[in-house]
Ligand binder design. Structure first.
Ligand code: E4P
Length: 214
């Protein structure tokens, strides 16, 4: 499974990129707003750190404007993926950008039906929001798995990004369901590394080694 980092924070991106395990980055308007920085400048900075798909979301809601924004964003770097919400306007924009050779990550996907339409429109990636589905009593990861199934069934080239990941259990399930990609917040990435038995094991090895010197 590919790992994308779900943040617009440069320190977090640098720290995780140093691990050598980050295949891409996803951002959204909320994540950029949290940083209080210029949107375009921040996307440029992220592209300098991570060599892989970097999702940058459009702010317009009308097809024509979305397409123009997508074209402008794609000029920032060859790795830019234009993030577009799953609406009728967004589907039209996705088709148009696909025809121009610009990859789209269709975001705010909450059902397999939306996923089907996004794939048919030519989205390179689709992002089912697992955590937000869990929040309203659905099994978000099950929806992501259904998206994987329909892509396989109909032979689309789209990849599924499990988004809105909230905990390590989400990641474990994404792996066991064979989801293509998970976009993971920094906090959850840190938790993935840790296990109390690893710390206890290291302590014991060190203590045993020290005891040979007495
Ligand atoms: C990533 O593509 C999404 O925008 C992000 O995972 C949403 O996460 P949230 O539901 O925690 O805001």
């Amino acid at each position: 499974m590919k790992i994308f980092l779900d943040t617009a924070n440069l320190e977090q991106i640098k720290e995780m990129a140093e691990l050598g395990l980050v295949d891409g980055v996803t951002t959204n308007p909320s994540l950029i707003a949290k940083e209080g920085v210029d949107f375009i400048d921040r996307i440029k900075e992220i592209c300098e750190i991570v060599k892989g798909p970097i999702s940058a979301e459009v702010l317009s809601t009308e097809t024509e404007e979305m397409v123009q924004e997508g074209i402008d964003l794609s000029k920032i770097d060859k790795d830019i993926v234009v993030k577009i919400p799953c609406t009728e306007e967004g589907l039209k924009a996705t088709k148009s950008l696909k025809e121009k050779g610009i990859p789209v990550n269709m975001t705010l996907i909450f059902s397999p039906n939306q996923a089907l339409l996004a794939c048919k429109a030519g989205a390179r990636y689709i992002s089912p929001f697992v955590g937000r589905l869990d929040d309203i009593g659905h099994d978000g990861m099950e929806i992501a798995a259904k998206c994987m199934d329909l892509i396989c069934e109909y032979g689309f080239e789209t990849e599924v990004i499990a988004a809105s990941i909230r905990n390590t259990f989400h990641v474990e399930r994404a792996v066991s369901l064979g989801i293509d990609i998970a976009t993971i917040p920094h906090k959850v990435m840190k938790q993935l590394v840790k296990h109390p038995l690893t710390d206890i094991g290291i302590e014991k090895f060190m203590a045993d080694w020290e005891s040979t010197k007495k």
